[in-house]
Design a binder for this molecule. Structure first.
Ligand code: 5GP
Ligand code: MG
Length: 191
């Protein structure tokens, strides 16, 4: 563990949410989901990769049978026409047909502008006849929601300021996902 500690101490400016606080809150959210979906067929859809750790802990805090499937969502900011559009992939036909008439909880890491989750919600409600859809995010950024991309959150872990954060599954250029807490990086790392 000492190699890890030295490595992150040189990169991390501030620990925003420590490991124990994360675990406590995730257990609370799991208990809420257990109560809300009692007796209903539940599928947890995990937005990869960032929500992987959150979802893994969350489903283990749900005391009920459920199914779990991954989905990928990528934003494209290239050409003007496609600016901010979100492309979905990684979900196979079998998983899709298996979602019909099931209650879906979509799990993502961060709600920022709302574009990613809005795209996913529209997809699951318009293109598949799911029974219901609820959204769980670990972190909500309060300032950057865009008009037309409102998202109704059923489960929210923490409100954070509009800063770039890493850890507990969240990355910067592929690194830092295995930090057991949510942190802000030193400015030298991200500049
Ligand atoms: P939105 O579509 O709501 O603008 O963007 C949400 C996505 O942007 C999240 O699912 C996440 O992948 C990424 N994101 C937003 N803020 C952060 C952050 O502070 N750190 C990391 N690592 N990813 C972020
Ligand atoms: Mg994401």
């Amino acid at each position: 563990m000492s190699g890890m500690r030295e490595w992150y101490e040189s990169k991390v400016a501030e620990v925003l949410i420590d490991q124990a606080t994360l675990q406590r809150r995730v257990v609370e959210l799991g208990e809420q989901i257990t109560a809300d979906y009692e007796g209903l067929p539940l599928t947890v859809v995990v937005v990869m990769q960032g929500a992987l750790f959150f979802a893994a802990d969350l489903v283990r805090a749900v005391d009920a049978p459920l199914k779990m499937i991954p989905i990928q969502a990528s934003s494209y900011h290239g050409g003007k026409a496609s600016r901010g559009s979100v492309v979905l992939s990684g979900i196979d036909d079998f998983s899709l047909s298996d979602l019909v008439d099931r209650h879906v909880v979509l799990v993502d890491d961060v709600l920022d502008t709302g574009r990613t989750l809005r795209r996913l919600i529209d997809y699951f409600t318009c293109e598949i006849q799911v029974a219901s859809i609820g959204v769980a995010v670990l972190l909500r950024k309060p300032t950057r929601r865009e008009a037309g991309f409102e998202v109704d959150l059923r489960y929210c872990g923490f409100d954070v300021a509009d800063e770039f954060v890493v850890g507990y599954g969240l990355d910067y250029q592929g690194e830092y996902r295995n930090l057991p807490f949510i942190a802000v990086l030193n400015q030298e790392v991200t500049k």
